[in-house]
Write a protein that binds this ligand. Sequence first.
Ligand code: PMP
Length: 406
Amino acid sequence: MSAIDWAKVRDDFPLLRRQVHGKPLVYFDNANTAQKPAVVIDAVDDFYRRYNANVSRAVHALGSEATDAYEAARSTLARLINARSNELVLCSGTTFAINLVAYSWALPRLAPGDVIVVSRMEHHANIVPWQLIAERTGAQIRVAELLPDGSLDLDALDKALDGAVKLLAIAHVSNVLGTINPVREICRMARKRGIISVVDGSQAVPHMPVDVAAIGCDFYAFTGHKVCGPTGTGALWARREHLQAMPPFLGGGEMIKEVSFEGTTFNDAPYKFEAGTPNIAGFIGLGAAADYLTTLGLDQVQAREAELLAHFSEELSKVDGLRLIGTAPDKAAVVSFLIDGAHAHDLATLLDLEGVAVRSGQHCAHPLLQFYGVAATCRASLAFYNTHEEIEAFMAALTKVRRLLG
Ligand code: PMP
């Protein structure tokens, strides 16, 4: 047991005090987006109240304060994943980050005969950009398959990574199954064969210590709103040599050194990839979120969530007719389930009336749901600020809902 007073931590999140349909909110949709601590809300508020200005463009006091805060946020975020700040491109989220790699790294390099390996458990954000690039370049997509429990089949992956493969796209943690992939081992496999690895860290960075240097990947993407930061923020980490070799993705202000009609010279990385006015307030908020999580300690967060997951799994195992989708041994606190005779949407709708927020549907992972032969699942995803009492409340709500569904 950790020494942290988790009830006090929960008090940092104003929204968690509200009621929904007259019941105390049980927010179990953290894989979708996380709630924000007051320090993040205050950081955004403070920016707009005290020093709102554009970054890198003005020499006046507000402009310098905004630029300093924005760059400080970049450094804090870089530290969160053990990276250098000149390797961190700030962008709107994982979707943007992966598209940046697809269009700037892959599009100019891939050709017919090349293969992109994508795992079966990927979010559409780590599938569709590769399909678009495959269409444009004549490269092929190859699927890395899963074992029935939702772990990646590492033997099959080993065989799939043959000489034609140029790029491997893999989730660190699955947003549907909760599976934690051994990305260090996987990226080592890829690197030994000269294959570029792109890791989707959307569901990892909020829940465990992440060290991109130790993972040994080439690119690592994550999203700010799942890390207790504002929406419309995220980052792409890349090895410096890739950033230097890649052409810009979007053109415009900030990403240039000099523009003339004879030709334009580009700014250094990471600015070369940050055209236009960024979400300044959002990144200042995200910096505050990264500070908050670092102070709490991501190892503590991970231990807390493991403890909640153990309790939740134990309770769910007592429910007749409940099928878990994703039972890998190494799992984050994301629980997808189905209940005999009940549609996932009906379950989620009725749970909402009890104050319980879960997600139902395909979770932007159609190929994964096809693998399990299901049209939709209910997904409960927990965070460190959830409580054992909320798990009890969820179970009581589920019992009631099942009775209603007959
Ligand atoms: N990958 C994974 C694993 C996700 O869970 C999500 C968000 N559901 C994304 C990518 C996309 O993130 P965003 O919409 O913030 O770009």
